[in-house]
Write a protein that binds this ligand. Structure first.
Ligand SMILES: [Cu+2]
Length: 108
């Protein structure tokens, strides 16, 4: 009976980890029609998760022509946008509903 326990224990120990490593996540806030922070540094060559929260009293649209994303964020809500893997460089994003509101992803 005892060896059954050890076989089961070895099977459990030799299973691969079920959860893959999480993508690195970065928070961006839209407040007073500015991005906070306005420069967000993310690693090159990996998929990254951006969590964009809208603290403005009106809807905003997080958009970038350079990394090709576009998503509306209701006031008081947040969205998740996946970007990358990106090459090193600076990638502009903006609020398409308030186009003077601009920021950059700094990919290093
Ligand atoms: Cu748009």
């Amino acid at each position: 009976m005892r060896h059954v326990f050890w076989v089961a224990a070895l099977l459990i120990l030799s299973l691969p980890a079920v959860a893959p490593a999480d993508d690195p996540a970065f928070s961006i806030m839209m407040k007073n029609h500015q991005f906070v922070p306005s420069e967000v540094q993310i690693p090159a060559g990996v998929k990254a998760k951006l969590v964009v929260r809208n603290e403005n009293p009106t809807a905003s649209e997080f958009e970038s022509n350079q990394f090709h994303r576009e998503k509306v964020v209701a006031p008081g809500q947040q969205i998740t946008v996946y970007v990358g893997p990106l090459d090193p460089g600076s990638y502009e994003f903006f609020d398409d509903f308030h186009p003077q509101t601009r920021g950059h992803l700094i990919v290093k």
